[in-house]
Design a protein around this ligand. Structure first.
Ligand code: ADP
Ligand code: MG
Length: 577
């Protein structure tokens, strides 16, 4: 067992480590820390999220910096404000006993003059997001022309967010003789390009299998007939009332067409593609940021710069040509500590592509049925009920009350509720009543399998995002509360103020009993069997697959680079799948 004492760190840093309760260096720390302490080298380090990369560069940086000097010597570039703050705070803990050391956090949305003041007061390390940093450099509030260490943290994510040009620009202000340490979970070609252009013979350290996706994103696919794509998209949107989503299409033409159809059908949708003027694109992005657009239909190229944190779903209306692109797409959601869902609409013949993406991203997809019309109606009803309940009354309405009361006179409470809901419900009900169901059936187990199997029960529970849950944490919560295994709970769908989940029918008594008089923060928690027929049935095939998904055995290595680059050049692009 390697201890922190053996890595070559100073006593002040070791003391902080002991205060933090870190017992043993993680693998990436064991490899990176001694190297950066003893060698003057550029470095590319690849390791999954949560492996302790901050400490891997943080400690060597702190040990190398001259805390008596009052100038910025180390620059850490990071994709988001959240990460910027997180890293700053973490470094401050590491530097607890380093006298005179100051760290400045440089990010947008906060006072630029305050940040400039901290820099002037003698900060030696700047942790920055690219946008604000560029701004500060241009306004001459921060001089990075004499830095000695430049760290690119979460490099793939920064490029994913469209910061390529900004990073290039920022790096051009840094001196040639600095050291550059790049940390990333994956190595897409853009990261390689940065490494080639700005680094000198970087050492390479890879720990574990490279993960290509972030595990805060759940991947789902839906098999439909080729002509049902649009109808399927609508259902996915309807089944997720609070959806805030980017819908990816392959071509500009499809992007425009799908957006127009959605708008025609009454959705808050917008199109983003290269045939629009910059002005039009700014308008659409502005509306999206303000949540006025719920479904942003976009091409891959146009969506590159999207830096919106709260995207709940990414919908792949069509799969991209290249697998790498899928990673970029799904990375739009599950950001800043939130979880997200990446949904793919495919036809039966595209199933092989899903398999290849799974291999590449080292994560399993869940095959799900397109929600039935009745399930959608049920979801919309609960959503409406909750919206009514949680709406703050606008007192301006008081003046109109007598007139309204006059019209509604003679209706009792029950009748009134029924009528209000009919107004809303009929819209969905009459629409979906006329529609045939879409599932072209599970790829594995044949058509119609979802509803033929009655051994699964779908539950409704009045806990949702509002209570701080996402599908992952709710699953964990229920698992513990109900004393079930991971595998016994599935199809956990978290909505705004309620959720659905499935168990095998054998557990249904247990579910109802365990939660019978349960209270969370004083609120009674209700769990009921959901009435939507056909909801939540799962096929045998799915069950087996699910097991695979949860078994956390050794991760398969994603397809090696060597194989890819071994292909003839002209085939590299197309023959990806
Ligand atoms: P990454 O950047 O690789 O995603 P972080 O640097 O954010 O990971 O570290 C993840 C968490 O692990 C942090 O809360 C950090 O404090 C903790 N951590 C880092 N190194 C160790 C260690 N050697 N022992 C215990 N916890 C650690
Ligand atoms: Mg990190």
């Amino acid at each position: 067992m390697i201890s922190f004492q053996k890595l070559g760190l100073e006593p002040t840093l070791l003391q902080a480590i002991s205060d933090l309760g870190f017992k043993q260096p993680s693998e990436i720390q064991q490899k990176v820390i001694p190297m950066l302490l003893t060698e003057t080298t550029d470095l590319v380090a690849l390791a999954q999220t949560g492996t302790g990369k901050t400490a891997a560069f943080g400690f060597p940086l702190l040990q190398s910096i001259d805390a008596r000097s009052r100038s910025v010597q180390g620059l850490i570039l990071t994709p988001t404000r959240e990460l910027c703050l997180q890293i700053s705070n973490e470094l401050r803990l590491y530097a607890k006993y380093v006298k005179g050391l100051k760290i400045v956090s440089v990010y947008g949305g906060a006072s630029i003059s305050e940040q400039a003041k901290t820099i002037r007061s003698g900060a030696q390390i700047a942790v920055a997001t690219p946008g604000r940093l560029k701004d500060m450099i241009e306004r001459k509030l921060l001089d990075i022309s004499k830095i000695e260490y430049c760290i690119l943290d979460e490099a793939d994510e920064m490029l994913n967010m469209g910061f390529y040009d900004d990073i290039m620009n920022i790096l051009s202000y840094t001196p040639k003789n600095k050291l550059t340490w790049l940390f990333s979970a994956t190595m897409p070609s853009e990261v390689e390009a940065i490494a080639r252009k700005f680094m000198m013979n970087p050492a390479q350290i890879t720990v574990g299998a490279r993960n290509t996706g972030i595990d805060t994103v759940r991947h789902e696919y839906y098999v439909v007939g080729g002509r049902d794509r649009y109808e399927a998209l609508k259902r996915l949107a309807d089944a997720n009332p609070g959806i805030f989503s980017v819908v990816f299409c392959r071509t500009k033409r499809d992007t425009q067409k799908v957006a127009e159809k959605l708008i025609g059908d009454g959705y808050n949708a917008g199109a983003l593609h290269g045939d629009l003027s910059q002005n039009q694109r700014d308008l659409v992005m502005g509306a999206f940021r303000k949540n006025q657009i719920q479904l942003l239909v976009a091409t891959d190229v146009a969506a590159r710069g999207i830096d919106v944190d709260d995207i709940t779903h990414v919908i792949n209306y069509q799969l991209p040509d290249e697998i790498e692109t899928y990673t970029h797409r799904s990375g739009r959601t599950g950001r800043a500590g939130k979880s997200g869902v990446s949904m793919v609409i495919i036809t039966r013949s595209e199933h092989g592509k899903i398999k290849r993406i799974e291999k590449k991203i080292n994560q399993k997809f869940e095959e799900k049925p397109i929600p039935s019309g009745l399930e959608i109606c049920e979801i919309q009803l609960y959503h409406l009920a909750n919206r009514i309940k949680n709406t703050e009354i606008d007192e301006a309405i008081t003046g109109f009350l007598p007139a309204i009361a006059d019209v509604l006179e003679g209706l009792d409470r029950n009748e009134l509720i029924k009528k209000i809901f009919t107004v809303e419900f009929s819209r969905y009900y009459s629409y979906y009543q006329k529609k045939r169901e879409l599932n072209s059936g599970s790829v594995k187990s044949g058509a119609g399998d979802y509803s033929s199997n009655g051994d699964s029960v779908r539950f409704f529970i009045n806990l949702g995002e509002r209570d701080g849950f996402d599908w992952k944490s709710l699953k964990d919560f229920l698992k513990k509360k109900l004393n079930l295994e991971r595998d016994d709970l599935y199809k956990v769908d978290v909505k705004d103020s309620f959720s659905f989940f499935n168990t095998d029918s054998a557990f249904s008594g247990q579910v109802v009993e365990s939660l019978a008089s349960f209270k969370l923060d004083g609120r009674t928690i209700k769990v009921e069997i959901s009435n939507a027929p056909g909801s939540g049935r799962r096929s045998k095939g799915q069950k087996g697959r699910k097991r695979n998904y949860d078994a956390s055995g050794p991760k398969k290595r994603s397809r090696g680079k060597s194989k890819k680059s071994g292909r003839p050049k002209n085939k590299q692009k197309k023959g990806f799948y």
